[in-house]
Design a protein around this ligand. Structure first.
Ligand code: ADP
Length: 801
C-alpha cells in the first residue's frame, strides 16, 4: 500500500515536472522566435510585403464634402496653352470667382516662383478675396529642394523655392507641396510640418486646414504645439504623427476614380459652374491631366500603375484632417513588445497542444490576432504591423514544430535503445556478467564511442569496484583508470549524472539505493535530450542489475535446498535404516528371551521414532521427485487409480466408524502422466479426510467429468480449518495445531506433495473449509489428448530429467 502511494506520488511528481519543463521549453522557443522576428524587423527586411500587408487594413472612406478640386485638366490645357506659360490673371480670375462663391480657402498646388507681369493683378485678387465677405484665404505652394538628411525631427530640405514675394506679401499663406513616399515608393504619409532651410513650414494641405480653422500660418509656431508623436492645435485637436512629423492619412478614393467633387479649371473660368458650389469649402487647385501625368504618385490601391494626382493626395490629407481620421502607426517599443508577446504566447501554445491541435491552434491564433488588429484599427486608427506580428506567430510555430519533430525522433531513438537494452538483458538469462556486458555496449551506443565501463557498489565493503570489464582476481586498479574511478565516486556521492568535458558518469539508482555507476567518454558534449536518455537508461539498468542479483540469490538458495534433500536421502537414510534394522533385531531377540517390560517398551519407542524420521525422509524424497516434473508420462485410467486409493483407505474409515460415499461416472477418458504419483496424492487427501474427521463422521469422494477437465472432490464433516490458515495449507511442513488436531501426528508434507503432483500434471488443487464443520479439497486435472500434452519445464535449479 505504502509502496503504491509512493509510486503514485512519484508519477504525479514526474508528470508535474514534465509539464513545467514543457512550459519552460515553450517559453524558450518563443523567445528564439521573437529574436528571429526582431532581427528581421530591425534589419528592415521585407519592407514591400510588410507595407502591402498593412494596406489590407485600409478601406476607402466616404469624403465629407468639405473639399473640392479644381482640376487643371486636359480641356483647360487645350484652352490656355502650355501650363508653364499660363498668365497669372487666370489664377486671379479664378480667385475672384471663388471668393464670390464664398469659398473658405483656395489652395493652389501650382508653383509661382518666377516673377511675371501679372503678379500684381494676382496679388490684388488675393488681397481682395481676403477682404470679401467670405474672407477667402489663399494658400500658395512652396517646395523644398534637396532633402536634408541631418533633419531628424522633421522632414527637412536645405532650401525652398516659394512664390514670388509680391504674392506672399498679399497675405497669402504658403504651404509646402513636397510629397514623401514610403520605402516602397507609395505615398501613405504627408508631412504636416517640414523644415525648409531654417524655417518650419506647414504642408499645403495642413496650411489649408489651418486656414479653414481660422489659424494664421504666420502664427504656426505659436499656436501649434509639437510633442513626440503628436501635433496639437488650439481647441485640443491632437493629430498623431510619426517621428519626423508625418501624418499617416486615410484615402477616400482610389486612383483614377476620384470621389471628391472635381471641376475643370476652364469650365469654372468660363462661368460654366455655379460659384455657389464653393460656398464654405476648401478648394484645391492643381494638375489633373489624363495624358502626361507629371505631378502624380503611386498610393495604396494603385493597381496596374494607376497614379494619383498630387492635388488629390493633398485633398485626401485635408479630408483626413477634417474628419480627424489620421492613422497612428504602432511605435517602436509597442511593436517590439507585440512581437515578443506573440512569439512567447505562440511558443507556449504550440508546445503544449497535441499534434492534432497544432495547425488549428496556429489558424485560431492568427485569426484572433487579425480580428483584434482590425478592431483596434477601426476603433482607434492604430496600425499594427500585420506582417511582423503574424511572422512572430508563424516563426514560433515553425521553431516549436521543428523542435517537436527533433524531440520525437530522439524519443523514438531513445525508446529503441532502452527497449533493445531491456531485451538484451532478457536474452542474457539474468546472468549479471552478461547483462553488464550488454549495458556497457549500450552506453557506448548512446555516447557514440567505445570503452564504457561498469562499476558496482559493494555496500558491505564500502567500495566501488570495476565489474565490466572485470579485473582479474586480486589485481588492483591500474593507475590510468584512477580518474574514471574518481569520476564514478563523484557521481555516487552527488547522486546524479556527472560530466567532465566529455567524460560521463551515470549513477545507477534503484529506489534510492545505489547499485553502481557507468562511466564512458561521449563523442560530443551531452545535449539536453541525451542527458534525459542517460537518466532513464540509468534507472532501467539499475533495475536490471538488481533483478539479476535477486535471480542469482534465488538460484543459490534453490541449489542449496536441492543439495540438502539429496544429503537427506543418501546420508541420513542409510544410517537410519541400519538403526531400524538393529532395533528390530533386538526387539525380536528380547521378545524371544522374555526380558522385562521396560526393555520391550524402549525398543518399541526407538522403532516408532525411527519410522517417523523415515516417513519424513520418504515424503521429502517424493516431494523432490514430484517437483522435478514428469519423466516418462503414460496413459492411465484415473477411475482405476481412485479405486486403489479407496481400497487402501477404507480400512481406516471403517475402524473409525466413518460413513463413506463415492460418486463416479462409469468411464472417464484416460489421463496421461504418472499414475503412482497421483495414487499417492489422492491417498494423502483421503487419508487426511479420515485423519481429521472424528469417529462417526462422514466422508465422500466425487468425480465429475467437465469435458476437457475432471474434478475430484474429497470432502469430510471433520474438524475443519480456520479461514486464516487456508492460504498456507500447501506449504512444506505447515501443520495446523487446533485443539482437536494437536495430538494427531503428521509431517506437514502431505499437501505439498499433492500440490506438486497435481501441478506436474498441469492441474490445480484448492481447499474450502468451515472451521468446526468440515473441509473439501478439489483437484482439477486437464484431460489432454496424448499428442498435445505440454511438456513441463523442470523447476529452476532442479537437475533436468
Ligand atoms: P500432515 O502430515 O500434518 O497431515 P498435510 O500437509 O497433509 O500434513 O496437512 C497439513 C495440515 O492441514 C494438517 O496438519 C491439518 O491440520 C490440515 N488438514 C489437512 N487435511 C485436512 C482435513 N481434511 N481436515 C482438516 N484439516 C486438514
Amino acid at each position: 500500500m505504502a509502496a503504491r502511494q509512493t509510486a503514485d506520488r512519484q508519477a504525479g511528481w514526474r508528470q508535474r515536472k514534465a509539464r513545467s519543463s514543457q512550459w519552460l521549453t515553450g517559453l524558450g522557443l518563443g523567445l528564439l522566435a521573437a529574436g528571429l522576428t526582431l532581427l528581421m524587423w530591425w534589419g528592415g527586411l521585407f519592407v514591400q510585403v510588410r507595407l502591402a500587408l498593412d494596406d489590407v487594413l485600409v478601406v476607402p472612406r466616404e469624403p465629407s464634402g468639405g473639399v473640392v478640386i479644381i482640376a487643371i485638366d486636359d480641356p483647360s490645357l487645350e484652352q490656355y496653352g502650355r501650363f508653364s506659360e499660363w498668365p497669372r490673371h487666370l489664377y486671379a480670375d479664378l480667385i475672384d470667382r471663388l471668393a464670390q462663391g464664398g469659398a473658405r480657402v483656395v489652395a493652389l498646388d501650382v508653383l509661382l516662383s518666377e516673377s511675371s507681369a501679372g503678379d500684381d493683378r494676382l496679388a490684388e485678387a488675393i488681397a481682395a478675396a481676403r477682404q470679401s465677405p467670405a474672407r477667402t484665404r489663399t494658400v500658395l505652394a512652396t517646395v523644398g529642394t534637396q532633402r536634408d538628411a541631418a533633419s531628424t525631427d522633421l522632414v527637412g530640405y536645405q532650401a525652398a523655392v516659394g512664390p514670388v514675394t509680391a504674392l506672399s506679401a498679399a497675405g497669402a499663406l504658403v504651404g509646402s507641396v513636397n510629397v514623401v513616399p514610403d520605402l516602397d515608393g507609395l505615398v501613405r504619409h504627408v508631412p504636416l510640418i517640414l523644415r525648409l532651410g531654417e524655417d518650419g513650414q506647414p504642408s499645403l494641405g495642413f496650411g489649408a486646414f489651418l486656414s479653414h480653422r481660422g489659424v494664421s500660418a504666420a502664427l504656426l509656431d505659436q499656436v501649434v504645439t509639437r510633442a513626440p508623436g503628436v501635433v496639437t492645435l488650439p481647441g485640443g485637436l491632437a493629430i498623431p504623427v510619426d517621428s519626423v512629423g508625418r501624418m499617416r492619412m486615410r484615402y477616400f478614393s482610389v486612383p483614377g476614380h476620384s470621389t471628391f467633387d472635381v471641376y475643370s479649371f476652364a469650365q469654372v473660368l468660363s462661368g460654366g459652374v455655379d460659384p455657389a458650389v464653393f460656398t464654405d469649402r476648401i478648394v484645391l487647385v492643381g494638375l489633373m491631366e489624363q495624358t502626361a501625368l507629371t505631378d502624380s504618385y503611386p498610393v495604396p490601391g494603385s493597381r496596374d500603375g494607376t497614379l494619383m494626382a498630387g492635388v488629390e493626395i493633398h485633398a485626401n490629407a485635408v479630408e483626413t484632417l477634417l474628419q480627424s481620421a489620421a492613422l497612428r502607426t504602432q511605435g517602436r517599443p509597442g511593436q517590439g513588445l507585440t512581437i515578443l508577446g506573440l512569439a512567447l504566447l505562440g511558443g507556449l501554445v504550440f508546445r503544449l497542444v497535441s499534434w492534432r491541435w497544432f495547425l488549428p491552434a496556429l489558424g485560431g491564433l492568427l485569426l484572433a490576432w487579425v480580428s483584434l488588429v482590425l478592431f483596434m484599427f477601426n476603433l482607434r486608427g492604430l496600425v499594427v504591423s500585420l506582417f511582423f506580428s503574424g511572422l512572430a506567430l508563424l516563426l514560433a510555430a515553425l521553431v516549436v514544430g521543428v523542435y517537436r519533430v527533433v524531440e520525437e525522433v530522439f524519443r523514438r531513438q531513445r525508446t529503441e535503445i532502452l527497449l533493445a537494452s531491456a531485451l538484451g538483458a532478457f536474452e542474457q538469462n539474468f546472468s549479471l556478467a552478461g547483462i553488464l556486458n550488454g549495458i556497457t555496449d549500450d552506453l557506448d551506443r548512446i555516447l557514440g564511442s567505445t570503452g564504457s565501463r561498469g562499476w558496482l557498489w559493494d555496500g558491505p565493503r564500502g567500495e566501488l569496484r570495476l565489474a565490466q570489464p572485470a579485473l582479474p582476481r586480486g589485481e588492483t586498479l591500474p593507475p590510468e583508470l584512477r580518474p574514471w574511478h574518481d569520476l564514478a565516486l563523484e557521481a555516487l556521492n552527488t547522486g546524479q549524472i556527472v560530466t567532465r568535458q566529455r567524460r560521463v558518469a551515470v549513477l545507477l539508482l534503484w529506489h534510492d539505493t545505489c547499485v553502481g555507476v557507468l562511466t564512458g567518454q561521449a563523442r560530443w558534449r551531452l545535449g539536453l535530450l541525451r542527458g534525459d536518455l542517460l537518466r532513464r537508461f540509468g534507472w532501467q539498468t539499475a533495475e536490471m542489475i538488481v533483478n539479476a542479483r535477486l535471480y542469482e540469490e534465488t538460484q543459490r538458495l534453490s541449489d542449496f535446498k536441492t543439495r540438502m534433500i539429496r544429503m537427506a536421502s543418501h546420508d541420513l537414510k542409510n544410517p537410519l535404516t541400519r538403526i531400524m534394522g538393529y532395533a528390530e533385531l533386538l526387539q525380536a531377540k528380547v521378545e524371544d528371551d522374555g526380558v522385562d517390560g521396560l526393555m520391550v517398551k524402549s525398543l518399541e519407542h526407538i522403532v516408532q521414532a525411527s519410522e517417523e524420521i523415515n516417513g519424513i525422509i520418504l515424503d521429502l524424497l517424493d516431494l523432490e521427485h514430484a517437483r522435478r516434473g514428469l519423466d516418462s508420462p503414460e496413459a492411465f485410467d484415473l477411475l482405476q487409480v481412485l479405486d486403489d486409493v479407496i481400497m487402501r483407505a477404507e480400512n481406516d474409515m471403517q475402524r473409525k466408524g466413518q460413513a463413506f460415499s463415492v460418486e463416479m461416472p462409469e468411464t472417464l477418458p484416460h489421463l496421461t502422466g504418472n499414475a503412482a504419483q497421483l495414487r499417492q496424492a489422492f491417498g494423502n487427501l483421503l487419508g487426511n479426510a479420515s485423519k481429521y474427521t472424528p469417529h462417526d463422521g462422514r466422508i465422500w469422494l466425487r468425480v465429475r467429468d467437465l469435458g476437457g477437465r475432471v474434478h475430484v472432490e474429497i470432502g469430510d464433516t471433520g474438524y475443519g480449518i480456520p479461514a486464516e490458515e487456508i492460504p498456507h495449507l500447501f506449504q512444506e511442513f505447515y501443520r495446523i495445531k487446533t485443539d482437536e488436531t494437536r495430538d494427531i501426528s503428521g509431517t506437514g508434507l502431505g499437501l505439498s506433495l499433492v500440490k506438486a503432483v497435481v501441478e506436474a500434471h498441469g492441474g490445480e488443487v484448492w481447499a474450502e473449509s468451515t472451521y468446526g464443520a468440515g473441509s473439501t479439497f478439489t483437484v482439477e486435472l486437464p484431460i489432454f489428448h496424448p499428442d498435445d500434452r505440454p511438456t513441463h519445464a523442470p523447476e529452476p535449479g532442479a537437475p533436468a530429467g
